[in-house]
Design a binder for this molecule. Structure first.
Ligand code: GAR
Length: 221
């Protein structure tokens, strides 16, 4: 048996997606090892969750670096030193320097609360509501230098309901995010997924014609 996939996770906030991964691992459904949780915010809930789970944690303050690039280079050096095989961005609310992240392309994924390529950036729930979209969703994609622009691996979709406001829609979507992210990590841990540069994703060696879709707890073509 090959050793478990070593994961480092980056988060700026409460860390509910980290909690979903830790829970899946605790249930024996995720054959991974958490080697580090890093944040740009010392007060991030994700760091407290990591500490409670016995996962090494690290807070780096961007204000103590001369430039964004210096921060990113130090962050990625520390992530490399952790021995991580895969970096998971789960609510890490910073734009990353393209050169600093380059060595990780194909080994770094992000969860984003929209049906990419729709609504890159912020306020995705509000923008879907304002556009009158019939459905909304979340995407997990490989991270490239283009913000929220890397190849999409999988998506979870949900219909927008008449009573939805930004808060309610975000809460309903979060439930799906907590299934989507562990499902993608499980596929990566099984060595079934790969980035096909420049813009494709391969599952079991075959290029995916479209992102996988979350169906219950599983991903389907
Ligand atoms: C999640 O909804 C995630 O999709 C979003 O931040 C939230 C983090 O929640 N990510 C982005 O907006 C990235 N652009 P969490 O801290 O509870 O996991």
């Amino acid at each position: 048996m090959s050793p478990p996939l070593r994961i480092a996770l980056l988060a700026s906030g409460r860390g509910s997606n980290l909690a979903a991964l830790l829970d899946a691992h605790a249930r024996g459904e995720l054959p991974v090892e958490f080697v580090l949780v890093a944040s740009d915010k010392a007060e991030a809930g994700a760091l407290r969750l990591a500490e409670a789970a016995g996962v090494p944690s690290l807070a780096l303050d961007p204000r103590s670096y001369p430039s964004r690039r210096d921060f990113d280079l130090d962050l990625f050096a520390r992530l490399a030193a952790s021995g991580a095989d895969l970096l998971v961005l789960a609510g890490f609310m910073r734009i990353l320097d393209g050169e600093a992240l380059a060595p990780w392309v194909g080994r770094m994924i992000n969860i984003h609360p929209s049906l990419l390529p729709k609504y890159r950036g912020l306020h995705t729930h509000r923008r879907a509501l304002e556009a009158g979209d019939p459905e909304h969703g979340a995407s997990v994609h490989y991270v490239t230098a283009e913000l929220d622009g890397g190849p999409v691996i999988a998506q979870a979709r949900l219909p927008i309901e008449p009573g939805d406001d930004e808060h309610r829609l975000a809460a309903r979507l979060l439930v799906l995010e907590h299934r989507l992210l562990p499902a993608v990590v499980r596929l990566i841990a099984a060595q079934r997924l790969a980035l096909l540069p420049p813009d494709g994703v391969a599952l079991d060696g075959e290029r995916l014609p479209a992102p996988l879709r979350l169906d219950g707890d599983r991903l389907a073509p």
